[in-house]
Ligand binder design. Sequence first.
Ligand code: N01
Length: 531
Amino acid sequence: MTAKVDVIVVGAGFGGLYALHRLRQDGYSVKVLEAAESIGGTWYWNRYPGARCDVESMQYSYSFSNEIQQEWKWSELYAAQPEILAYINFVADRLDLKRDVQLNTRVVSARFDETSSTWEVRTEAGEVLVAPYCIMATGCLSIPMVPDFPGLKDFKGPVYRTSDWPHEGVDMTGKRVGLIGTGSSGIQATPILAAQASHLYVFQRTPNYSIPALNRPMTREYERSWKDEYPERRLAARKTRNNTLNMAGSKPGRDVSRDEREAEFERRWTQIGGISFMYAYPDMTSDPEVNAHASEFVRRKIGALVHDPDVAEKLMPSDYGIGGKRICVDTAYFETFNRSNVTLVDIRSDPIERLTATGVKTKSQSFELDVIVMATGFDAMTGALKRIDITGRAGVKLADRWAEGPKTYIGMAVAGFPNMFLITGPQSPSVFTNMVTSVEQHVDWIADCIAHLKTNRRKAIEATAEAEARWVAHSNDLASKTMMPNANSWYVGANIPGKPRIFMPYLGGAAVYQDYIADVARKNYEGFSLA
Ligand code: N01
């Protein structure tokens, strides 16, 4: 049987749930299809020990309802995963969203029918849904990447992924644990695993820059200060580069003395903590001298925190500058390597050759393990979309259109794919921002666009190929003016063998981007053709 609704939304994370709420408010029938057995998206799957957001909770939360943001109470400055998932469920219950979310439903294909101007969406179970509009709220980091290590199947013990950790939890007490991967997930998991395991081996290919979170319990005063000024602060956050109030400095680092910069880095490291370090100066990733100074500052900190100079040296990133890869935020990560039950294994100089029945064999050593934890990242930004067989006008497949890298107009639309909207798609600021605010901005823009089509009795909207090409060129141009495309990061798809190398997020800043997309709408959806 074919079910018909006004809007199909794929994914029930922050983006999909807000899309459901907003479009329902606007009077549309909406169905959200979600592969998992519960809502929450990223925060449903990533429940590894230590999982926590590194944007402050007072900000990493919905802003569309002042009542809701006043009601919810966060217990810590940076909430842990269970609290964020509880918050998402609280909002969903409060707004009665769950009745329009169909769980355990994986979308396998979506096809645009030109005659009826509708999307036909099929699920793994063979169900078919039809709607004029399809919103892909599939997440930027939702497809886990596990390297195809030789012997992966030979290992007799359990292999866990941080990206879909067992919901019942895992007791590592007394176990010899091998953790592969030292990105944000591995860095958060390391101290917790070390406290449980009899021995923890951390297999590191590329060291990362990581800043102490300085996480602490939420104080009544801090919470009050936010809640008293929520509307003004939310507005101010939307005028920043990343939709977050990070105490961003406005004076370029190249215009101040080295001593002044040093003092500012020290203040941010010891008194503020977290990602705010990257906002000390607006030219942190574009001015080579400022970038080199900040990078060297963090390397010195690592040297001071880690007792063994050889281990410290291996933990110091040296072949790319700070910000080239996504900055990490930690609680006692580097200090964990001072524990006698923790060993850092440098797999850059001594690569993993294979997994064996009893552990990991590198070129020169063998490690006996009971458990392996993969913190090896995601097929970021395009992975989830490319896994759905999406067919646009004239039978064109999205996977083919994107064979040489993703191409979008303003991160939300693709030429040849009318009435399909992406939430936080490639070439939008997405992963460089507070994602919750960015999904709100996208959903609001999309809802306004659908209202415009209805008012003007139009059936379809599609990005033009010219507008898309201009936007992609603009996004690439912005990236090329920074040092960011140089590092082998997931921003450029370098972590996935064979993935085309293109810098995927938009680097113009959230506020500039927001003005731009508002302007597109004001100019009668400039760059789109309406039918
Ligand atoms: O994944 P990653 P993540 N052999 O891709 C290594 C967000 N996030 O899950 O750098 C050996 O960063 C790889 O090594 P290398 C955040 O945006 C946020 O940690 O490629 N090692 C790297 O060390 C983040 O950036 C939060 O050399 C291999 C690691 O695996 C994003 O999610 C928390 C390998 C993967 O690191 C992804 O983070 C967690 C191989 N074949 C995540 N392949 C917070 O808000 C890969 N690796 C706090």
